[in-house]
Design a protein around this ligand. Structure first.
Ligand SMILES: Nc1ncnc2c1ncn2[C@@H]1O[C@H](COP(=O)(O)OP(=O)(O)OP(=O)(O)O)[C@@H](O)[C@H]1O
Ligand SMILES: [Mg+2]
Length: 357
């Protein structure tokens, strides 16, 4: 006969949650990544009710009906709109659950390293409302490093640069601990912003998010393109007349716009790497840096970074999933989890809910 404790194990999900500015990614121990959706909600303006989450909400972006508004409740890597983040997280956790309403969940979540107390509390409360019994929080940089294949036992240092939608996080790791880190609240989304601003101010065209995202992911490059006259048509709304319109842009025209943001990211990395102790610097000199996060997928970014910081630069496997892959690994190593979890946060949590592993 099964003992109570093993029965409990059968009905517990060990969930890794990367609640990002652009995407929420959830992995369950033993099942891998089970959810990867945009961190978006669609709101009915009249009733204030949420009518869609995630991909379904994203599909409404820019073309929503008069009363529907699509918004991102997470901003710059932290909870921007508390109520809606809570509801969104609860929805995603429900979808990601193995099945059956009485399955208990414990989770590991990541947070930006310079998170404030208020921001931390908001995340924990959101997790609590989502029905997560026990939450461990750990620094995003550490999770991304483990996900990118850095071993917690490795004595020598590794440098991981996570370029998300709203944050850029540089973490230097040795022996499973962060020895140095910086976190900036800007990221790949700024590229969309500068592209939209450029088109509006210099080409008189207002464009939507879908358009800038398409330009970023399939037209522009971080490294000076070989053919600067390659052109594409961009459609939107004429600033003067308000009517539907289009302009032609070239890779050469957009390159300096994008480069300004890419340079800022590279400068952040460079500055961080000048603050290391000599032994740590020597390790990084040998090993270079690893890029993670969706922002790392920008065409030519690794090449740009390599020439800017004069070190080897590699992109991890599945860069968008590096953080969640690192988080889910924690369930295989409870001692490590215990050590890296930000324990002082435990006090903020609902103490009545025990960890039933
Ligand atoms: N192929 C691509 N080329 C360029 N950028 C890309 C590509 N694919 C995704 N991105 C960008 O990566 C970003 C999303 O990355 P990611 O999912 O790591 O962010 P996040 O974890 O939600 O954000 P954060 O960590 O800042 O909270 C978006 O800005 C997206 O536009
Ligand atoms: Mg992220």
């Amino acid at each position: 006969m099964l003992k109570i404790s093993s029965l409990k194990k059968l009905v517990t999900d060990s969930m890794a949650v990367d609640l990002g500015t652009a995407s929420t990614i959830i992995a369950v121990k033993g099942r891998g990544v089970v959810l990867d959706e945009p961190s978006l909600v669609a709101i009915n303006e009249l009733t204030e009710e949420i009518v869609a989450f995630g991909q379904e909400a994203a599909d409404m972006t820019g073309r929503e009906g008069r009363d529907i508004n699509v918004l991102a409740p997470m901003r710059g890597g932290v909870v921007g709109d508390f109520e809606r983040t809570k509801k969104m997280l609860a929805h995603f956790v429900k979808v990601a659950k193995t099945g059956g309403s009485n399955i208990s969940i414990h989770a590991v979540m990541s947070m930006v390293s310079d998170v404030t107390h208020v921001e931390q509390r908001a995340l924990l409360n959101a997790a609590d409302d989502a029905g997560i019994g026990k939450v461990f929080m750990m620094e995003e940089g550490l999770a991304a490093a483990f996900g990118a294949g850095v071993l917690p036992t490795d004595k020598r240092a590794s440098a991981i640069v996570d370029i998300g939608a709203g944050t850029t996080n540089v973490a230097v790791i040795a022996k499973g601990s962060i020895v140095h880190s910086t976190s900036e609240r800007f990221g790949s989304n700024q590229i969309n912003e500068v592209l939209a601003t450029h088109l509006r101010r210099h080409r008189g065209l207002q464009v939507g998010e879908e358009t800038t995202e398409h330009l970023k992911t399939s037209f522009v490059t971080a490294f000076l393109p070989d053919d600067i006259s390659r052109a594409t048509e961009v459609r939107g709304r004429d600033v003067q007349s308000g009517s539907p319109s289009a302009v032609e842009v070239t890779t050469g025209e957009l390159y300096p716009i994008v480069e300004a943001i890419v340079r800022r990211i590279a400068e952040t990395v460079k500055d961080t790497l000048t603050e290391l102790r000599p032994e740590v610097a020597a390790d990084i000199y040998d090993r270079g840096v690893i890029l993670t996060g969706g922002g790392a997928l920008l065409d030519g970014l690794d090449q740009y970074m390599r020439s800017h910081i004069n070190l080897a630069v590699t992109i991890s496997d599945d860069p968008r999933w590096a953080t969640v892959n690192g988080l889910v690994k924690m369930f295989d190593d409870p001692e490590l989890l215990e050590r890296v979890a930000r324990n002082e946060l435990g006090a903020l949590q609902n103490a009545e809910v025990p960890f039933e592993a």
